[in-house]
Ligand binder design. Structure first.
Ligand code: HEM
Length: 410
């Protein structure tokens, strides 16, 4: 734990920021009801009244309703019926070209899936529409992570507002009409919101922001996870005397690769909360009202007390103490735990599992890339994204060696 005094308010009180770095500290802090979301511009940001920013009963009521959509049968439908065909359509032009930028490919794959889940009627086989949704998604994502951006804030806000207008006119309003204003629901977030507009006191603007949030929340993290998993896998395979084709045949291994990649490179390396009242955050650490608490996911995910002395190494076969997930804190914790966790990460295999196995969308995408013979392009090493202080790739060129088989589920 590190405590830093950051600023003094007009009344002369000092507010402090505490940074939590240990696994047990984060575990306890995620459970504190006094700590509320503070990373995404609570009062004026584009995510101000989205699920991620709500607190207390407002959060509980909306989460309960949206949770109804995120259940096993629907995950199965998304993983098998929606993702398989979408992956084939999105990869087709890159397969034909024999190369592509995996950051772009990952975004296009992820965003088509999350657009469908959000409730926007996109056709993955239509590259122009994919371009539009990709452009809007990137802009909303930039707005959501404004706290980490090095760009001019007002300029960025104007661009984000324009993206919301385009999303509303070209995608959301037609989607609402296609659902008969809520009379013809589908398996998507929009249908849940339309059915509960009165109960939740939602205006059209709030629905727009929630759909925009879903679109970018799922897309950005999924694309990020795909690029890191691919990169880590290819660096690790030679040490195991395995080929990409061997890995493609083992979806359980690919699922662990994704989980271990998420642990090492969380899409959101920090979470931030503000104390709404004085409280004990964890044993021996207390905060006053107004203090900020930073959750350092990257450090906690590499805590040697939990993950061992080789915590910084990539080892998808590591064994862990009971109750510790391989992905660490990368899907968050407490009331804001990621609603898309099982969708993207799947459900770890268990003899009591019913239905078809769920490997998670990222493992399925990874397998599709391997099946199509994509490998890192040795002549174009990846670049880091310069407009962000987060650990993301600006580009990651891949090239094809051969076609190794058919896509799973495809
Ligand atoms: C590998 C992919 C993903 C990662 C690493 C990830 C990570 C996270 C994290 C860390 C949080 C909590 C943030 C905080 O505590 O401040 C979160 C929340 C959330 N995520 Fe994800 N996410 C992923 C994919 C998705 C997908 C595919 C969807 C939707 C389809 C989604 C929807 C959400 C929502 C709605 C929340 C807010 C939950 C709440 O506040 O109750 N995420 N995610």
């Amino acid at each position: 734990m590190v405590r830093a005094w950051i600023d003094a308010n007009s009344k002369g009180f000092s507010l402090s920021t505490i940074t939590l770095t240990r696994w047990t500290e984060l575990r306890d802090a995620y459970r504190r009801k006094e700590l509320r979301q503070a990373l995404y511009g609570n009062d004026d940001g584009p995510l101000r009244d989205c699920l991620l920013n709500l607190h207390g009963t407002e959060h509980r009521d909306r989460r309960r309703l949206e949770n109804r959509l995120f259940r096993r049968e629907v995950f199965e439908h998304w993983e098998y019926d929606v993702l398989g065909p979408a992956v084939s359509s999105i990869l087709a032009p890159f397969v034909a070209a024999g190369e592509g930028d995996l950051v772009n490919i990952g975004y296009r794959l992820a965003m088509n899936l999350t657009a469908t889940i959000a409730g926007l009627d996109v056709d993955p086989a239509d590259p122009t529409q994919t371009d539009t949704v990709h452009r809007l998604t990137s802009k909303l994502s930039e707005g959501a992570t404004m706290a980490h951006s090095t760009r001019d804030r007002d300029e960025l806000l104007r661009e984000v507002e324009a993206a919301f207008d385009e999303l509303d006119n070209d995608l959301l309003q037609p989607a609402i009409a296609a659902r008969g204003g809520g009379e013809c629901p589908r398996h998507d977030v929009l249908s849940v919101l339309l059915a509960n507009e009165d109960k939740l006191g939602l205006t059209h603007e709030m629905v727009l922001r929630e759909i925009g949030f879903y679109l970018q929340a799922g897309a950005h993290s999924t694309a990020n996870a795909l690029v890191h998993s691919f990169d880590l896998l290819f660096h690790w395979l030679p040490s195991q005397a395995m080929t990409p084709a061997d890995a493609a045949e083992d979806l359980e291994l690919l699922q662990r690769v994704v989980h271990e990649g998420l642990r090492l490179w969380p899409a959101s390396p920090v979470a931030l909360r503000r104390a709404t009242a004085a409280c004990d955050v964890t044993a021996g650490i207390s905060v006053d009202e107004g203090d900020l608490v930073e959750f350092d996911l990257m450090s906690a995910n590499r805590d040697p007390d939990i993950f061992g002395t080789d915590a910084n190494d990539f080892n998808p076969n590591r064994s862990l103490p009971d109750g510790i997930p391989l992905w660490g804190n990368s899907f968050g914790g407490g009331i804001h735990t990621c609603i898309g966790q099982e969708l993207d990460g799947g459900v770890p295999p268990d003899e009591n599992s019913i239905g078809r196995p769920l490997y998670g969308t990222v493992a399925i995408m990874l397998k599709a890339l391997l099946d199509d013979g994509f490998v890192p392009d040795a002549h174009r090493p990846p670049e880091e994204l310069r407009s962000s202080t987060r650990a993301h790739h600006g580009n990651y060129w891949v090239t094809r060696t051969s076609t190794q088989g058919e896509h799973v589920n495809g």
